[in-house]
Design a protein around this ligand. Structure first.
Ligand code: HEC
Ligand code: HEC
Length: 363
């Protein structure tokens, strides 16, 4: 931007200088009694004026007129952490795809506004936003991000015992984490969510998972997670936002939450990923209390496990899980509902210690 400013300044200077010399020539010519020919100087001034307009126009024109759009590449390398895509690139996508990606991102951030109990599009979900659990619109390292969705689906999942598309996986979260009703696969909303996930997966090769994907897996403790210790942590570190009754706190406009609920009728149901202790502890460790991150966690692993045990011991919506995990030997160690292929109790599958179960599964 320095060069055009410099040129503009020179052009303005020349214009002023032409004006002054023109006036001086005219005065001199009149004093000497000669006729003064103003055409030449006027032409020069018009030329310089046009140049000034061109330079100013160049400086004011939108940048993409003069610069080619940046290539659509992901901002991660194989060894660096995936930090999401540059959202200013969304404006450069163009056409229908740009609208879909932008709306998909908006739906992740403000799900309740469109699909919640008072949703403007439909009433399908419990009032939470996808972003409450998939932080920063699904782009935060170890903040349950979507980096590997496009590169790893469709894939076989043991929970359903079948091949799952992205549509199925999204509806899983709608039916479980948002305790709601599935979105039609041809709806504008579903197509937009898919477009956003695809865009987020730009540059990630098929089958690959970037570093920082999803949630961290914490090391198992040697003891069961302790809900009584967890309650003390909850009171000290969570209650001021999520409230004593776990119901969270509504935002001023009442359509969405300032602090989402952790249990009770408006929370995720017993079939949700967070209902498994390992997923909850992994989420909380790197993301809660609000402001925590993988670089600056605020809880020890033990605190994360114990607060998970407390929160997931409270009342929440039920769900029929009888057709989940059709191959019972494939149940994760922390799936808290039998029957199991091993002899450990539901209690141990819920609170741990998980080490012995994992060791047996390995054999
Ligand atoms: C209450 C928390 C919560 C909410 C709200 C939530 N999710 Fe999830 N979601 C999870 C958890 C936890 C997982 C990971 C489960 C696992 O790893 O087993 C997950 C996984 C996913 C995945 C698969 C990610 C992968 O890499 O395999 C997709 C896609 C997804 N969610 C989409 C959504 C969408 C879209 C919404 C909103 C309509 C949403 N989720 C709302 C908790 C939530
Ligand atoms: C300063 C306020 C604050 C504190 C303290 C806090 N949270 Fe949160 N929590 C939030 C907000 C805000 C979100 C939603 C994040 C978003 O939408 O970006 C959230 C989301 C969550 C979620 C996922 C969404 C849901 O409702 O299920 C869980 C689980 C959670 N917090 C657990 C905890 C635990 C456990 C603690 C204590 C160790 C804690 N939080 C402390 C503000 C807070």
């Amino acid at each position: 931007m320095i060069a055009p400013f410099f040129l503009l300044a020179i052009a303005l200077f020349i214009l002023v200088w032409l004006g002054i010399t023109d006036k001086a020539m005219r005065v001199l010519a009149e004093r000497a009694g000669h006729p003064y020919h103003a055409r030449g100087p006027r032409l020069a001034r018009i030329t310089v004026g046009v140049i000034i307009v061109l330079i100013a126009g160049y400086m004011l024109a939108p940048r993409e007129w003069s610069e080619p759009p940046p290539p659509m590449v992901a901002t991660y390398g194989p060894d660096s952490l995936w930090m999401g895509m540059d959202t200013t690139l969304i404006d450069r996508i163009g056409g229908e795809r740009e609208d879909l990606v932008a709306y998909g991102r908006e739906l992740i951030r403000n799900t309740a506004y469109y699909l919640g109990p008072q949703g403007t599009v439909a009433h399908l979900t419990n009032g939470m936003n996808c972003q409450n659990c998939h932080l920063e619109a699904g782009t935060k390292p170890w903040g349950n991000n979507y980096s590997a969705v496009w590169s790893t689906y469709p894939k076989f999942r043991e929970r359903s015992g079948g091949n799952e598309t992205v549509v199925k996986r999204i509806n899983d979260c709608i039916e479980r984490s948002l305790n709601g009703t599935a979105l039609d696969s041809s709806s504008l909303e579903m197509r937009s969510l898919l477009a956003y996930m695809e865009w987020l997966g730009t540059g990630i090769p098929k089958g690959k998972k970037p570093k920082g994907v999803g949630l961290a897996e914490l090391l198992f403790m040697d003891r069961p997670a302790d809900p009584v210790h967890g309650e003390a942590i909850y009171t000290a570190k969570c209650e001021r936002c999520h409230q004593k009754d776990g119901a969270g706190q509504k935002a001023a406009d009442a359509t969405t939450y300032l602090y989402p609920p952790l249990w009770g009728e408006h929370s995720y149901n017993i079939g949700a990923g967070l209902y498994r202790l390992g997923r909850f502890a992994g989420y909380v460790k790197n993301n809660m209390p609000q402001g925590a991150s993988w670089e600056a966690p605020q809880l020890t692993d033990e605190e994360a496990w114990d607060v998970a045990a407390f929160v997931n011991s409270q009342q929440r919506p039920m769900r029929d899980l009888s057709s989940d995990w059709p191959r019972i030997a494939a149940k994760p160690v922390d799936h808290p509902f039998g029957p199991y292929a091993d002899a450990f109790t539901e209690e141990q599958h819920k609170f741990g210690p998980f080490g012995p179960i994992a060791a047996l599964n390995k054999k």
